[in-house]
Design a protein around this ligand. Structure first.
Ligand code: XMP
Length: 317
């Protein structure tokens, strides 16, 4: 019988006892887990918590700025680092999904290490690891996963020599959300769909360019805002758009077009291990498809993914 208030009280005094006057660094991802972990630590140790929020250039449209502002409004001591160019460079001509993940993981470690290095006397690395991550040792959300999966890379970066503190490691996702609510975190942030650490990179099939990222951000924003406007967002576990590496023929006026195809994906799930595609209303799909094709230059066809997991996966890569 989990009570968020009691948990907060207990963990805050536990963190204070453990960390004392030490400095702590934490990588924020914009997701629920790292945010709740940060707010808990901030409550416990205040300005001794140093947060780093990296823009990998593969987030949703406007997400870096809006989330960074939100973090500042929460009183967090956060540094936003725009490393988009570095990530794009690391991804140039990379087509294989696992190679993309590796390139992104390595770039993240480099950026985070550079930043952590500038902080002196840091003793702890905080992570938003939750219980399912502990048992599976893979995380659905953000930096913690990236860091862990690269533990055995030779020549450990400096920040990895830090002591680890994981205030959420005994909690399930719904408990993390309840703790977040108790802490007064914006319900919209707490209700966000899961978003993969490698971001849009694994939703752009084939090689990644800035132009493709821009197109996909526009398409994704129309889809996600549409879900919100039609009261469907909270009924869906995860949703997003995928940019396919094919062109298809279309017509515009009396002109023949030969442009990109995007797929929309929306799934119901409890933990991401299995998932069913959501039967979104045809009217909604029609409206969104028209809006995407009319507004996003370079896209002339929209398809809807009707595959469940298994045998498909939620992401296409
Ligand atoms: P799949 O595609 O495996 O996705 O059915 C299950 C859940 O995991 C997320 N996902 C990732 N999250 N790094 C992450 O942090 C990754 O490399 C990654 N790949 C998939 C996916 O968005 C879904 O929520």
């Amino acid at each position: 019988n989990f009570t968020p208030n009691a948990f907060v009280e207990e963990i805050v005094s536990e963190l204070q006892e453990k960390i004392k006057d030490d400095k702590v660094v934490l990588g924020l991802s914009g997701g629920v887990d790292s945010t709740v972990a940060a707010v808990l630590l901030h409550k416990a140790i205040g300005k001794n918590l140093y947060c780093i929020f990296v823009n990998n250039g593969l987030l949703r449209k406007n997400e870096f700025d809006s989330v960074l502002d939100q973090y500042k409004d929460m009183g967090l001591n956060v540094k936003g680092v725009d490393a988009s160019a570095r990530f794009l460079k690391a991804l140039a001509n990379v087509e294989d999904p696992e190679a993309k993940r590796k390139a992104i993981g390595n770039a993240f470690i480099e950026v985070f290490d550079d930043e952590a290095h500038q902080l002196t006397d840091v003793v702890w690395l905080a992570q938003g690891t939750i219980y399912p991550d502990v048992i599976e040792s893979i995380s659905v959300n953000g930096p913690s996963a990236t860091i862990k999966s690269h533990h055995n890379v030779g020549g450990l970066p400096d920040f990895m020599k830090l002591k680890i503190v994981e205030p959420l490691r005994m909690l399930f996702k719904d408990e993390v959300r309840r703790v977040g609510k108790t802490l007064g975190i914006d319900p919209e942030l707490l209700g966000r769909h899961p978003f993969p650490g490698p971001g849009l990179a694994i939703r752009i099939l084939g090689d990644i360019t800035k132009e493709k990222v821009d197109i996909l951000q526009e398409v994704d924003a129309i889809f996600i805002n549409g879900l919100k406007e039609h009261g469907l967002y909270d009924k869906v576990w995860q949703a997003g758009a995928i940019l396919l590496p094919v062109n298809s023929v279309g017509v515009m006026g009396d002109e023949r077009t030969y442009e990109k195809v995007v797929a929309l994906r929306a799934v119901e799930s409890t933990d991401g291990m299995t998932a069913d595609w959501v039967h979104l209303p045809y009217e909604f799909l029609m409206k969104i498809s028209n809006e995407i094709i009319n507004k996003v230059k370079g896209v002339n066809r929209v398809v809807y993914d009707i595959s469940s997991k298994p045998p498909a996966t939620i992401e296409w890569e």
